[in-house]
Structure formats: C-alpha cells, structure tokens
Design a binder for this molecule. Structure first.
Ligand SMILES: *[C@@H]1O[C@H](CO)[C@@H](O)[C@H](O)[C@H]1NC(C)=O
Ligand SMILES: *[C@@H]1O[C@H](CO)[C@@H](O)[C@H](O)[C@H]1NC(C)=O
Ligand SMILES: *[C@@H]1O[C@H](CO)[C@@H](O)[C@H](O)[C@H]1NC(C)=O
Ligand SMILES: *[C@@H]1O[C@H](CO)[C@@H](O)[C@H](O)[C@H]1NC(C)=O
Ligand SMILES: *[C@@H]1O[C@H](CO)[C@@H](O)[C@H](O)[C@H]1NC(C)=O
Ligand SMILES: *[C@@H]1O[C@H](CO)[C@@H](O)[C@H](O)[C@H]1NC(C)=O
Ligand SMILES: *[C@@H]1O[C@H](CO)[C@@H](O)[C@H](O)[C@H]1NC(C)=O
Ligand SMILES: [Ca+2]
Ligand SMILES: [Ca+2]
Ligand SMILES: [Ca+2]
Length: 922
C-alpha cells in the first residue's frame, strides 16, 4: 500500500478529495459511481412500480441516496442502501490505494485490451454472484471493475477522438475495444509548455486510433513517442514527448476535458449497471442495492433428536411473522435458514418466497445427533456468511458446541458483517424442563458450556436467552416482534461478573417502540425517567412503561418515547447484559480508516481489526435526518466503563472523520452522540445517541489477502496468498483458516515472524467440479500471536465460476407480423410472437422478461429448447421490450411496437395505386 500511489490516476481522487472540497468542481470516482448507481436505481424502481401498477414520482435532481430510497418506497432500508453504495465506491477507490501500479487496472500504458478483460471477467462474476443472491460479492466485484471502466475515459484518448458516447465494447466480452496504436507507433507530441491541449498526434485522432498515457515512477519506462499520463507522480511525462493526457481533474494535463470525460464515465457506469440489471432482473437489482424492505429473518436451527419442541416453536413463530408482516413495509426482505446436526450441517436456504420458506421449516425433523454436543458454530458460520450484513440471527439449540475451534472465525465474521447473534438455549442446568420424548442421551448444559454462547452473543450485540422448552415460543415472539429494518441501538453493555451500576441513555423524539432488554438471572433494576421520577409500574397514571415481562432469563420493558436522559440502575451479582433499542430513521455507519502517506493524502478502509497501541481514525456516516449533526464520538469498553473520546471533524454530506489518541485495549463499542434540531420542542434538547451493536477490538497483527483474484474454477486448485505482519514481538504465529462450504483447506498451521516483521502463506482450496456457478466460498484466515492473546484475520469471498465460453446473447426472431392498432386504442389489442434462442453453442435461454409494456406475456419452452413468447396488449400500450438473458448473463433487449393501422393503410393503398398504375402503363 505504497503511499505514492494514491493519486496517480484518478478521474478522480481518493478519499480525501471526495469528502472535502479540495478539488473544486472535479468529479471523483466516488461521485461518478454514486451518480450512476442512483440513476439506474431510480429507473429500476420506476420500472418495478409500473409493473406492479403503482405510481412513481421521480425525486428532484440531483438524486441523493435518501431521496432515491424514499422514491423507491424503501426509506427504512436507507442504511443498507448507503452501505451498498459505499461498498461499491470503496472497492473502486481501493484500486488506487492497493493496486496503484497495475497499469491495466487503470487503463494506462495502452493496456486497454487487458483493462477491458478485467471489466468483462469481473462482470461475469457480478452476474453469477447475483444469480445466487450473493450480493456482497456481486457489489464488491462491481466496485473493482468500475474503477477500470471509469479510468478508460480519463486515461485514453476516447474523448479527444471526439466520441460523444461511451465505448460499449468495453463491457462486451467478444468485442474489440477498438483500434489500439501499435507499440512502435508514436502517439504524442510534447506539450507547448504547460498547454497540452494539442499534444496527441493528429493522425492518431483522425484515424480513430486508441492510445492511453504511460504512467511510471521510472521516467524511462515509456516507449518512444508515446503519450504520458502526466501529473506529479508520473515521471514519464518529464521526457519527450513531454506532458500528459489524463483528465483526472480540472487541473490535469487534459483538465479542459475533465467534465466531458467524467460525464462519459457516468454514462458508461450507467450502461454497465443497466447490463447488470438486465441480467439480474429488476427485483434482484433492487435487492443487490440493499433496498429490500424489512429485516432479513435468519434462523439457525439444531435439528438433532432432542429438538422436537424447539423446532415446533420455530415453525410457529415463522408462520406468525409471515402472516402478520406480509404486505407490510416490515415484511422480511429475505428468509434464511441453516439447519445443523452432527456430523452434518447446512445447507443454507435463502429465499424471498415466504411459502417456500414455510415449506422448508415444515420439513425439518428432529433426528440424529449422536452424543450431546452438536455443530452449532458450523451452522452459525454458514449463516453469518450467507445472510446479508447487519442481519439479526437467531440460533436455536439445547446443546454445547462440538466445534468450539470455530469460535475465532465466527467472531471474525461477526465483526465483519456487524450481524447480531441471539442464542435461544433451552437446556441449561437449573432450568426446569418438562418431560421430553428425547431420542438423544439426556444431558443438561452446564453454565460453562453456555459461556461460549454468551461471549458470542455479547460480541455481536445479541442476547443469550435461556428458557425452558415450554417458554421458548413466548421468548422468540418477544424478540422477533419488530422486524423493522430501522431498528437502532441506543445503548448496550454487559457485566460479567455482575455488579451494581447506573446506566444513562438519551432518548430523542425520533425514537419509536423504545424497548429495554435485560438478560440475566436474578437481576433487579430500577428505571428513572428524564424528570427524575422512578418508573416501576405499568399502567399507573403518568407511567411511561407500556409493558414489562419476564421469560426465562429475558426481561423486557417497553417504554413510551419520553425524550431526555433516562437512567437504569441494575443490581445483580450474576452476569447480565443490557440493551436499549428503538425504531428511528437516524442511524450511523462507521469504519476504521488509515491515512495514506502519499503526497495527496486519502485513506484506506480497514477491513478487519484496527492496529492496537496507536492513534486511530474512524469514518462515521450519519443519515436519516438532514438537520442532525454528530457532536461526540467515543469508544466505550463493552464490559467496563472506560472510554476514549474522539475529535470530530465534519466532512459534509453526513460524513465525519473522528480521531482518537488511542484505542481501548479491550473490546469496545462505538457510541455516537449528536443534535437533531428538526421539529424539536422546547422541552427536549434534541440530543440523540446511537451505538454500534457489534463489539470491536484492536490488534497488533495485520492480515492481508489478495482481493483481486477471487474466481475459483470448479475442480481446479486455487491458491490464495496472504501475509501476516506484527507490530510487536516475533515468534511462531498460529494460522487457522476456515470456510463456510466445508471444503478441505491446505495451509501452513504456523508462520515464523521476527519482531515487527512479516511472513507470507498460502491457503490451497479446491471446489468440487459440480459446484454451482456463483457459489461464494467465504474464507477466513486468522493469525494468532504466540501466547494466544492477540489475533487478527482476513475474510475473502471467493466466487466459483466455470470458464465462460458463451459470449453471445440470445437472439429474438419475430414469428408473426405484428397486428395493427387504430386510433381508438382502448378498443383494440395488438399481439406479437417471438422465438428466443441462444444458438447451438450457447448456454441456453435463462429468462425472458418484459421491460416496458403493460400487456401480458405468455412464455413456453419449445421442443428445440428455444423459448416462445406471445405478447398481447391494449393498443393504448403500443410499445414493449423483451429482456432475454442466457445462463451466463449475456443480455439481448428486443423492442417491438404495434404498427399503426392508418399509416400502413395509407402506405399499402399508395403501393396499390403505384402498382396498378405501373401495370396499366405497361
Ligand atoms: C441514467 O440511466 C439511464 C438508463 O438506466 C441511461 O439511459 C442514462 O443515460 C443515464 N443517465 C446518465 C446521466 O448517465
Ligand atoms: C411500534 O410503534 C407503532 C406506533 O409508533 C405501533 O403502531 C406499532 O405497533 C409498534 N410496533 C411494535 C412491534 O410494538
Ligand atoms: C469524554 O467525554 C465525556 C462527555 O461526553 C466526559 O464526561 C468524559 O470526562 C470525557 N473523557 C475524557 C477522558 O476526556
Ligand atoms: C498449494 O499448491 C501449490 C501448487 O500445487 C503447492 O506448491 C503448495 O505447496 C501448496 N501449499 C500448501 C500449503 O498445500
Ligand atoms: C510476501 O509476498 C510479497 C509479494 O506478494 C513480497 O513482496 C514480500 O516480500 C513477501 N514477504 C515475505 C516476508 O516473504
Ligand atoms: C459450435 O462450436 C463448434 C466447436 O467449437 C464449432 O465448430 C461450430 O462452428 C460452432 N457453431 C456455431 C454456430 O458457432
Ligand atoms: C400460452 O401459450 C401456450 C402455447 O401457445 C398455450 O397452450 C397456453 O394456453 C397459453 N397460456 C395462456 C395463459 O395464455
Ligand atoms: Ca441434540
Ligand atoms: Ca452430537
Ligand atoms: Ca449465449
């Protein structure tokens, strides 16, 4: 991650520029990506609305994530929408931080064919991942290829040649980029001093020959006569022909064309996203962008012999959630189920169809499992990788984990996905159980057995609920009552061992359905409202308590929204956890970032644990209210009262960079406080607080893994290279690699590092030849320092993709002439029949769908494997588009419209006369 890198190539800059105003009106990769993503998303939402017969209102220009989410009817999903756009942007900008010297990734050095291959190969990964609903992988790949696509317009001479539209061939695997200058052909002249407006040779421009600037820190890396990239870090621009051609910013060598290049990059990005949309379908694109309504519903269920009652409870709660939420804005966006047993676990089932999900749940049977411990962590690991980020996962079991070795990979995945894990444990020692029909040996879980579950719940911000089997349904009903995706955490803390303590939290007026959960046995607590009144009873006059309930070790209190500072005093000698949640549009996203030491600043996002023993920076994104601002950010110890306060610097657009002098040496959470003055009455201060659910920790280790080469060909060995660095002492570092697909991994079990040094390793992995295309293998590589106290990890999403050999889209052939329409459109229908096929060597037609048009489509499979489509529509809807997609995602869009009766008549009448006349005259 050399700092030198940073700017070399950007249309567009790295982090520092996109958040500040450093660069005046220049457009960054982030801005280009966001504009195109919002543009296409709006089109998709409009199209979905039309097809569902709903009205659609375009948001005002310029679009924002929040106005687009609102127009799409998915305001509650704003968090995951912003997170998705950020993921795409970050994978894009990381190309500049991590892979700055790869010419092809930036379309430098005339490596345009190579750049195009990066785009089209990556596009195949995006499409295959989307087909399996692996949206995190899809959007990560998308971000990486968009960088290369956008750089084409800044670094090549496409704009100088005079093109007005993007180069469509860049996203077509079987097309040529264009006519690229031969290596020996001179392409540039020296600039006229600082004026580079006419430095590309006129024969190159006139003959439509493509070139791009050479970029190197070595001035002699440029062949004779070639153009340079230009700008400070590029030394090649100092030798003849001097100067450069990049259009990265308004101040670049070809800065006069910056806006044109950037706008063309926006159009090209829209075009690529349109292709992804067509291949995936509107609904999947909507889901890919994180816009789906409601929270995901994720169950991980022990299906061994002792679990009959628990499975019945899961079945019942699923049915009741589906029945009560279907068709509401809180309808679960996706249903995920992972069964686990012993010795088997999985497969993960993920569907958006509630009926399919119900059927799966109904098919679960309690059987097998052998000895008492079961593979609970294997199931959880699969759920953490298969569920969307920020999911709330419920795991049901009555047994200790047999696969305790997965503890650290599971923690790594919790930190990475920020998902919340709740354990529903029904067989803990001390809980009275009714007699059971238990095929397995009876054995009560000890308190020590479930400490592991408590630790994992605490790290994720979830709860370890212990109830009897007969009370399980009641407990899970309480916890799943809210399926709103706008759930926020106000406060969360845990104490082990328990102690008497007062906790304070600010409630703001935007909070609805304020709920306090306390888990722990023999816990006493007292609530004090903002006016200092002790609130103990439900339903007394002036009480703010709506309800108070205890099931097993779970205590739940529901409160009216009374804005101000509340206090809760907890008295207990046993360990306990406290969680205060509510629904609100105001929430935040955060990431640790590390400054790049390059000349232009910028920063990289840390994907795993931040470095211990140093200062640290956090990027905080606040959203959900235009009037809210962040005033304080602190890192609070999860199980103690220590905290580190940060210095907050606003960057505009809801973004803040927060600097900390140090990071706590134990687990901590991020607490954000702010002010929301919108519609605030005099009585309340407008102060709000939000907290991260996930607990985080710092590490003296760094684990990095190459993220570019993520394709696994089925049946072929894949070597993943990683490296481990330490800021501390040397010694033998333990390596543990794990994956969610139960594939065998080969890797060194330890690496020798010197103090402050690093070492490299390889994980070998082979996916079976029959692994479905688009399957994602989530690989976790963990390094543990000698002594075991410190560790860090890297998580890599590998996509299984057979070699793509089908590069041609399906073909539409019209079978019957289109029927005609007359002026009185509401009284007539028109019809067209089309045959869609994918050629003898094609992968076959995967789907045909309607894009425009409100008629009805009848699709049937013909004997020769082609697809027959009949479309019938009212003459008032006289246009339609068919989107035909093959198995690997090649897209063809076929347009048809009703012929107009009157004009055709006139034409044929005319022909008739002409013909008659000719005949006569002959
Ligand atoms: C917005 O997207 C549409 C297609 O979805 C495309 O036709 C249009 O050119 C895009 N606009 C811009 C400014 O890129
Ligand atoms: C949340 O609060 C709203 C009113 O603000 C209420 O209609 C809804 O029933 C509540 N939901 C739950 C799960 O309590
Ligand atoms: C951090 O800020 C809080 C107020 O938000 C204050 O009470 C506390 O003393 C501060 N801690 C330090 C170490 O400055
Ligand atoms: C991984 O595979 C490569 C190529 O076959 C081999 O050289 C290497 O030793 C393997 N590494 C491990 C850890 O198995
Ligand atoms: C690890 O590999 C990288 C290249 O991937 C190399 O630059 C570096 O020197 C290697 N480090 C060690 C300690 O072998
Ligand atoms: C199909 O593939 C075969 C073998 O590669 C080739 O000979 C043939 O020309 C191809 N047919 C078409 C229509 O492309
Ligand atoms: C669809 O077309 C097939 C074959 O042409 C026909 O048998 C079937 O009845 C049609 N279905 C509908 C719903 O129109
Ligand atoms: Ca069991
Ligand atoms: Ca077992
Ligand atoms: Ca094809």
């Amino acid at each position: 991650m050399s700092g030198l890198s940073v700017l070399c190539f950007l249309l567009l800059q790295t982090g520092a520029h996109s958040f500040g105003v450093f660069n005046g009106k220049s457009l960054s990769h982030q801005a280009i990506t966001e504009r195109a993503a919002l543009n296409v998303t709006v089109q998709v939402c409009r199209s979905l609305a039309v097809s569902e017969g709903r009205d659609f209102t375009f948001p005002p220009q310029p679009f924002t994530a929040s106005s687009v989410a609102a127009a799409c009817g998915a305001s509650k999903s704003l968090k995951s929408f912003i997170e998705t756009i950020q993921r795409i942007q970050r994978k894009n900008w990381q190309t500049d931080i991590k892979y700055a010297l790869s010419a092809r990734r930036h379309c430098d050095n005339e490596e345009l064919d190579e750049g195009k291959k990066i785009v089209t190969d990556g596009l195949s990964v995006v499409k295959a991942s989307n087909k399996q609903q692996n949206f995190v992988s899809a959007t990560s790949s998308l971000g990486r290829i968009l960088h290369t696509l956008q750089d084409f317009y800044s670094h090549s001479n496409w704009v100088e040649i005079g093109h007005k539209f993007p180069n469509t061939n860049l996203i077509k695997a079987n097309a040529r980029v264009g006519n690229i200058a031969a290596k020996t052909r001179a392409t540039c002249l020296s600039c006229n001093g600082n004026d580079c407006r006419n430095n590309i040779r006129s024969d190159i421009l006139k003959n439509n020959i493509l070139t791009s600037g050479y970029f190197s820190l070595n001035p002699f890396a440029k062949p004779t006569g070639k153009c340079s990239h230009g700008g400070v870090p590029d030394s090649t621009s100092l030798i003849e022909p001097k100067g450069g051609i990049n259009k990265d910013t308004l101040d670049s060598s070809h800065g006069h064309l910056h806006s044109q290049a950037a706008n063309m990059a926006i159009a090209a990005t829209s075009e690529l996203l349109e292709d992804v949309r067509s291949a995936a379908g509107d609904k999947a694109f909507f889901d890919m962008m994180g816009l789906s309504k409601g929270k995901p519903l994720c169950f991980v269920v022990d299906t061994t012999g002792s679990m009959g009652d628990d499975i019945a409870a899961v079945r019942e709660v699923t049915a009741s959630i589906i029945d009560s939420k279907l068709g509401t804005p809180d309808e679960p966006s996706v249903y995920v189920l992972v069964p686990f047993n012993d010795p088997d676990f999985g497969p993960l089932i993920r569907t958006t169809d509630p009926e399919i999900f119900k059927a799966y749940i109904n098919s679960l049977r309690a059987t097998g499992g052998g000895d008492t411990p079961e593979l609970s962590l294997s199931g959880l690991q699969l759920a953490l990788t298969g569920a969307p980020p920020n999911s709330e996962i419920f795991i049901f079991t009555d047994a200790p984990a047999k696969d305790k070795h997965l503890r650290n990979p599971v923690i790594a995945l919790i930190e990475q996905t920020k998902s919340v894990v709740n354990f529903m444990i029904t067989n803990v020692l001390g809980i009275r159980q009714p007699a059971e029909d238990n095929q397995q040996q009876s054995y009560r879980m000890s308190r020590a057995d479930d400490q592991l579950y408590k630790d994992l719940a605490q790290t994720s911000g979830g709860q370890a609920v212990e109830v009897s089997k007969s009370n399980l349904l009641e407990a899970i009903n309480i916890l799943t009552e809210s399926t709103s995706s706008s759930l926020v955490t106000l406060l969360q803390a845990s104490r082990n061992p328990g102690k008497t303590e007062n906790f304070a939290f600010s409630v703001d007026q935007s909070v609805r359905n304020l709920t306090i959960y306390i888990t722990g046995s023999n816990v006493e607590f007292t609530l004090i409202d903002p006016s200092g009144v002790v609130q103990n009873n439900v339903n007394t006059s002036g009480s703010s308590i709506i309800s108070s309930q205890t099931v097993g070790n779970l205590h739940t209190v529901k409160l009216l929204t009374v804005a101000g500072v509340w206090e809760i005093r907890i008295v207990s000698k046993n360990s306990y956890s406290l969680k205060v949640v509510g629904e609100s549009s105001i929430d935040f996203l955060f990431d640790f970032i590390v400054d790049s030491d390059g000349p232009f600043g910028g920063f990289d996002v840390i994907d795993n644990r931040p470095t211990a023993g140093q200062n640290a920076s956090l990027l905080v994104t606040l959203f959900g209210s235009d009037s809210a601002t962040v005033t304080e950010v602190m890192l609070v110890e999860s199980s103690g009262s220590g905290q580190v306060n940060g210095t907050v610097a606003a960057q505009g657009g809801g973004e803040y960079i927060v600097r900390f002098d140090r990071i706590p040496s134990v687990e901590f959470v991020v607490l954000v406080k702010g002010q929301n003055n919108n519609g605030v009455s005099r009585a309340s201060s407008g102060i709000f607080q939000r907290q991260s659910a996930t607990s985080l920790r710092a590490s003296g280790l760094t684990v990095t893994v190459d993220e570019l080469d993520i394709v696994v060909e089925p049946g072929t060995l894949k070597s993943v290279h990683f490296s481990v660095m330490t800021t501390g002492e040397g010694g033998r570092f333990t390596i543990q690699a794990a994956n969610d697909q139960d594939l065998t991994l080969f890797y060194p079990t330890n690496l020798l590092l010197s103090a402050g040094g690093s070492a490299n390793g390889t994980v070998n992995i082979t996916a079976p030849a029959d692994t479905p295309s688009g399957t994602v293998v989530t690989l976790t590589i963990e390094a543990v320092a000698p002594g075991g106290a410190d560790s860090n990890y890297a998580v890599l999403h590998l996509t299984v993709l057979p070699k793509v050999t089908d590069f041609t889209p399906p073909v539409c052939k019209q079978l019957s002439p289109q029927s005609r329409c007359s002026k009185n459109c509401d009284r007539f229908m028109w019809e067209v029949s089309v045959q869609v096929s994918d050629g003898v060597n094609g992968t076959g037609v995967d789907s045909v769908s309607l894009r425009e048009g409100s008629g009805s489509l009848n699709i049937t499979k013909a004997a020769d494997n082609s697809t027959l489509v009949t479309y019938v529509a009212s003459c008032c809807s006289s246009k339609m588009q068919l989107v035909a997609v093959d198995q690997v995602g090649n897209v063809e869009i076929c347009s048809y419209s009703a012929a107009s009766w009157s004009s055709r008549v006139d034409y044929s009448v005319l022909l008739f006369f002409v013909f008659t006349f000719l005949k006569v005259s002959l």
